[in-house]
Design a protein around this ligand. Sequence first.
Ligand SMILES: [Zn+2]
Length: 236
Amino acid sequence: MWPYLAIPGLVAGIAARSAVWYFAVDQPPRWSCPACGSTPRRALVPVRPLTGRCPRCGSSVPPPVLVPELLGAGGFALAGWLGGGGLRVAAVCWLVAFALPAVLVDARVQFLPEVLTWPCLAGVLALCLGQAAADGAPAAAVRTMLAGAVVAVLFRVLVSLAGVGRGDLSLAPSLGIVLGYLSWSAVVVGIAAGFCIAGLGVAASMVVYRRGLSGQVPFGPPLLAGAVLTLWLTAR
Ligand SMILES: [Zn+2]
């Protein structure tokens, strides 16, 4: 059954493309092409060209071709494969649907739209707690809430001490909740994996682009990657 979840995941990826275009093309957010100013396909539900190029002038617009669509399909399929109950699967799908466009925007313009990250947090918390209630597992419910709170406090400290962005503060508790539903070790490994991947990214950008440490590096994508990788590795 889980491979079929790739289909709604694909739809979520298409929606993510619209969100990324909206938030990452320019700041403040807008719908039009940054090169020619045309607004592709005005519709009730705006669908952006999957090619990642403006249909009128051909200039590239984020995100790259098929990236959100494939990540969305993969994320939803992973949620189904992890299992753990219907609401738990929905929680991981919800995380993918909201956090994926947020981190793709972050990767482009170093800005995590809180209009995506806060609904992400509310949804994963409600769904994980719902699953814990359905399973009659109060310990899992308490751990889920505590994990979200602990990660929120950790990032609150990092925002004041290490200059971590406020957007990261709104994304990280969602990851803490989804990981905390599993176990405390999943929380530690998942968040630590995010830091490791971010560190590798900084090192790689210093080597490839000869950037200094001062250059701003998006923290959202490595955080989400670390959490998803941990979900996958700790499954079953
Ligand atoms: Zn254009």
